[in-house]
Design a protein around this ligand. Sequence first.
Ligand SMILES: [Zn+2]
Length: 148
Amino acid sequence: MFHRIRARREHRETQRMMNDLLQVAHLEPPVPDYPDAASTPAPDGSAGTMVDDFLPSELRMPTRDEIAGMMMRYDKPLVINGEIRQCPQCGSYRNWIVLSVRDEVWLRCRAGHETLEPGLDTAWYNRTSGPMTQRHSTFEDGLKYLGH
Ligand SMILES: [Zn+2]
């Protein structure tokens, strides 16, 4: 029981943190062909610029240190230590949103139940996800973008 209460409190803290985020990014599988965005020459006259193909900061994707949370879709069943993960509340086992917050990984089912997944960590998340392709100003925006 204590354990449950504690888990719930941590969950609330995580949720509050996610709602506080100004930048939630999510990841998608790698894009096979990058759009040819770099071919537009920068306007001349910016004297002293040493790296001329460096994008302005507003076009640059944030590095992973600059964002507080990441999210991606994971539609397949998720096997951790040989077991298929199920939502403890509704039993669904696929169509997850995987959240990476600090060093924790959370699974969110289609019905919106969020469960801390101690079997996964940021390293797993980074191995599994593709490059960041989008950033969202709110958690809800990110979810909506991912179809949840
Ligand atoms: Zn559920």
